[in-house]
Design a protein around this ligand. Structure first.
Ligand SMILES: *[C@@H]1O[C@H](CO)[C@@H](O)[C@H](O)[C@H]1NC(C)=O
Ligand SMILES: *[C@@H]1O[C@H](CO)[C@@H](O)[C@H](O)[C@H]1NC(C)=O
Ligand SMILES: *[C@@H]1O[C@H](CO)[C@@H](O)[C@H](O)[C@H]1NC(C)=O
Length: 403
């Protein structure tokens, strides 16, 4: 009896001791985690940590192998490993991920403030090119395709959902819209469900509706590299000579690029790859569930996967059109203040409505919701005339590069 009691007390003590140790470990790990998170989210990392960070790279996420798993704030990171991983993997984009709701709220606020919300409740306007999977009932995703923001990756991904088992490198001709589901089916289905002719809003209601936006400054450069820079056999594309007859095949990249920027922002070169995004994607007038940034798509895509029954399909990565911050600055080195001003004016509402940063903003090229928009763009907003960004016909001219 007595020994039994002793045994019992001893057991209690052991259990209590073990629990205490466990709790202290948990608290310690939480505390460590908190410290690491504070560093990850803060603007100024500890000096010792800062030395270990990689140099900031514009859009470097697309060159990263596995940034999401390790550094999305939503990912569960084994705390003890963080410092090693920071050394190896942290790219600047990991500090710039924004929450889905935060982005939507910011954009909605700006749309209202600047009078760009033009539809009433229950109404919507069609964004450019909505892509759905043929089996959209299994993967309720609408992707509105914005050129030069990763649309090739998104379309390859939709091809995968539809059962295309080829490797992503092998999946080609993704810009042919006939390969995907027919949006009319959404209307037919909703009409059957609701028993009356349905509106666009009703038709797309069951779907998770996303698009991707990108800083106009890097987007324009990406468009240039992809569509214009590639030389023909005379060393210079004829379109470049039209922009500026003084250009030579051996002109520098910066010289050619400045001529290109001039041609685009003065309206001499019009192509849907370079036009402002907010209007063609109906950023204010379509009920998006998520607006991703190209700059952090890799870290945000899991949210789309979770909402669309797609966690089993890996999102394809792409390197196309990405430049480091230094490369971007080099290309823009001959774009003088006046021309840069014209660029800011041409893309005014992409900056103002979505919160994109100018080239000299430390947050460039990411969204910056804390910048003083009126300071940065107030002058341009004041002198703004609608003719600059309202495209006359939103139907793009058909050319073989249409995305
Ligand atoms: C999720 O997707 C798979 C195919 O990848 C499909 O078999 C399944 O039915 C889908 N689930 C739902 C709830 O639609
Ligand atoms: C793709 O692979 C899955 C599983 O291996 C298979 O069920 C399906 O039929 C394949 N689809 C095509 C189009 O080959
Ligand atoms: C560039 O090419 C032009 C002819 O197109 C030539 O006259 C000029 O010398 C070249 N300049 C350089 C720096 O090579």
């Amino acid at each position: 009896m007595f020994t039994k009691k002793k045994q019992f007390v001893a057991l209690i003590l052991i259990v209590a001791g073990v629990s205490l140790c466990f709790m202290m470990t948990v608290v310690y790990q939480k505390y460590r985690g908190l410290q690491v998170n504070m560093v990850l989210e803060g603007q100024e990392p500890e000096p010792s940590l800062r030395l270990q960070l990689k140099k900031p790279q514009a859009s470097s996420l697309l060159q990263q192998k596995e940034p999401i798993k390790l550094f999305s704030p939503l990912a569960k990171v084994p705390v003890a490993e963080v410092p090693t991983n920071i050394r190896k993997n942290v790219a600047e984009s990991n500090f710039k991920i924004k929450d889905r709701k935060e982005i939507l709220e910011f954009i909605h606020k700006q749309c209202k403030k600047y009078g760009k919300l033009t539809v009433g409740p229950g109404e919507a306007k069609w964004p450019r090119k909505m892509v759905i999977a043929k089996n959209w009932k299994e993967h309720k995703l609408i992707y509105a395709s914005n050129p030069k923001t990763g649309s090739t990756s998104f379309k390859k991904w939709v091809s995968r959902m539809q059962g295309n088992n080829n490797t992503y490198d092998e999946i080609r001709h993704v810009h042919q819209m006939g390969r995907y589901g027919n949006v009319q089916e959404l209307f037919d289905d909703a009409t059957k469900r609701l028993g009356h002719q349905v509106t666009l809003v009703e038709a797309v209601e069951p779907m998770f509706k996303v698009t991707v936006v990108r800083n106009p400054i890097t987007k324009l450069l990406s468009g240039y590299k992809d569509k214009v820079k590639r030389l023909n056999k005379y060393g210079l594309k004829p379109v470049m000579l039209k922009m500026n007859p003084n250009l030579k095949g051996n002109s520098t990249n910066a010289e050619k690029y400045a001529a290109f920027v001039e041609a685009v922002v003065t309206g001499r070169l019009r192509n849907h790859h370079y036009t402002p995004q907010w209007n063609k994607m109906k950023i204010c007038d379509f009920p998006y569930d998520m607006i991703l940034q190209t700059e952090t798509t890799n870290q945000q895509i899991h949210v789309v996967q979770e909402h669309t029954n797609n966690t089993q399909y890996e999102f394809p990565t792409s390197k196309t059109g990405t430049s480091t911050l230094q490369q971007t600055k080099d290309y823009y080195s001959l774009v003088g203040p006046e021309l840069m001003d014209k660029l800011h004016r041409y893309y005014l509402w992409d900056f103002v409505l979505m919160g994109y940063s100018k080239l000299d903003n430390p947050n460039f090229p990411y969204l910056d919701f804390d910048q003083n928009i009126d300071n940065e763009f107030g002058m341009l907003i004041a002198e703004y005339t609608d003719t600059i960004t309202e495209e006359p016909g939103t139907q793009p001219t058909l050319d073989p590069t249409v995305k």
